[in-house]
Design a protein around this ligand. Structure first.
Ligand code: GCU
Length: 410
């Protein structure tokens, strides 16, 4: 049987996974059984609060003042398929502190105030300029440049954003750099949005009841606030999407902000869709005890740092986080060569959220075994195991857009 120790060696043998039991998703925080949607909704705030306490940290309030400034507009972007806008989001406090982020927006060419488009909302690694090679896209996310490798090449990650396909299916895309809200490093605290809400005295030792993931998720909600002011966007039809650590973030953002009608969770792995209790691939212990690049201790709270060794004692597991999305649509994707993220476990969490979706009469996933590679399954709750590596690719987007089509029909 596999035991977690340092130095870290991940387990990839199904036969070595220690047995575990997931918490009952239909049991409320106070122990009473949940039999209907009213009981689920009555329990929802307490469950959300448990996730805040144990894993992701507190939710930031709004800034005292938020202003949007159009920095640039191109009416014929993507060879005429889209209108491209770049909008500065400025958050200010009455004490004079302020912080900025830049949102890049592609709106399908045919969208109007009368016929507004639905929108995918997401964050990028690096900055907005990696999304497309249009030279007019402003290089953003530079606050993260001192902490990790930073590519200034326009369009460095175009494979992750099939913009023309999105525009053809009438979906807008709104993107910000995650570094604009919280540069992705432990020392990123000081250059994040946090100093707007936390005084210098409170800053050292660094606040521990909040995490980078909760700040990134907050940023996604603030992007949606801005989208609410854009006539050609129907912000009541917004999806949130994220890959990898940003997949963990999309899941948390979807739990915190019910305005997101579809939550797309790509290769999110440990701390995302993969069960905490299943010791396969990356685990919370590995992530938080700095065995894996030391990410976990600022992506999550101090509580997680302490509790990661014994996931079986945690009051929650990730299928309950997925259930917090219900009855809204959720799409979980994995990749065959991304065993680090535990594809089988990601499916298991999604499938184990089914009883809550069933309360709402949604179509659930009944199969306990994940589907074969490249065979998408489900509608309200959907799963896709892409053949290939850890990435976000056009075939993922095709399934996410299908899930969005379905959600919007409903
Ligand atoms: C590392 C980390 C994962 C994370 C991934 C990423 O592999 O261990 O938890 O999802 O980075 O965000 O790229």
């Amino acid at each position: 049987m596999y035991v977690q120790t340092l130095p870290w060696v991940a387990n990839y043998d199904e036969n070595e996974v220690p047995p575990f039991v997931l918490p009952d998703v239909l049991k409320s925080v106070d122990g009473t059984p949940i039999k209907d949607t009213a009981a689920w909704e009555a329990n929802r705030p307490a469950l959300l609060e448990q996730f805040r306490k144990v894993m992701y940290g507190a939710r930031l309030p709004l800034a005292d003042k938020t202003e949007y400034t159009l920095l640039h507009e191109k009416k014929e972007a993507l060879d005429g398929a889209a209108v491209m806008r770049q909008i500065e989001l400025k958050f200010s406090m009455n004490n004079g502190r302020s912080h900025k982020a830049v949102m890049l927006l592609f709106i399908p060419a045919g969208a109007t105030a009368e016929k507004p488009a639905a929108v995918f909302t997401g964050l990028t690694f690096n900055g907005n300029h990696v999304v497309n090679d249009d030279p007019d896209i402003i290089v953003t996310g530079t606050a993260g440049e001192e902490f990790r490798s930073f590519d200034r090449t326009p369009g460095a990650q175009t494979r992750r954003f099939p913009l023309k396909e999105m525009m053809a299916r009438n979906y807008a895309l709104a993107i910000c750099s995650y570094h604009d809200f919280f540069p992705d490093a432990a020392a990123g605290w000081k250059k994040s949005i946090l100093p707007l809400f936390i005084s210098d005295e409170e800053f050292e030792p660094r606040p521990r009841n909040i995490s980078a993931i909760s700040v990134w998720a907050w940023g996604l909600s603030r992007m949606l606030d801005c989208l609410e002011t854009i006539p050609e966007i129907d912000s009541t039809k917004a999806a949130v999407i994220g890959h990898s650590r940003l997949g963990k973030t999309a899941l948390w953002a979807g739990a915190e902000d019910t305005r997101f009608k579809l939550v797309c969770v790509n290769d999110s792995g440990c701390g995302g869709a993969a069960p905490n209790r299943r010791l396969y691939g990356e685990t919370l212990f590995c992530m938080c005890r700095q065995a894996c690049d030391g990410f976990g201790h600022y992506w999550f709270t101090d509580t997680m740092f302490k509790d990661c060794e014994h996931p079986e004692d945690l009051p929650i597991d990730q299928h309950q986080l997925i259930a917090l999305i219900a009855p809204r649509a959720v799409a979980v994707h994995s990749a065959t060569e991304d065993q680090w993220a535990d594809p089988r476990g990601e499916y298991m969490s999604l499938q184990n959220a089914s009883p809550v979706y069933a309360l709402y009469g949604k179509e659930i996933l009944t199969a306990t075994e994940p589907p074969a590679p490249d065979t998408p399954v489900g509608t309200d709750m959907s799963y896709f195991l892409r053949e290939g590596k850890h990435d976000l690719l056009p075939s993922d987007w095709e399934c996410y857009m299908n899930a969005f089509d379905h959600a919007l029909k409903g």
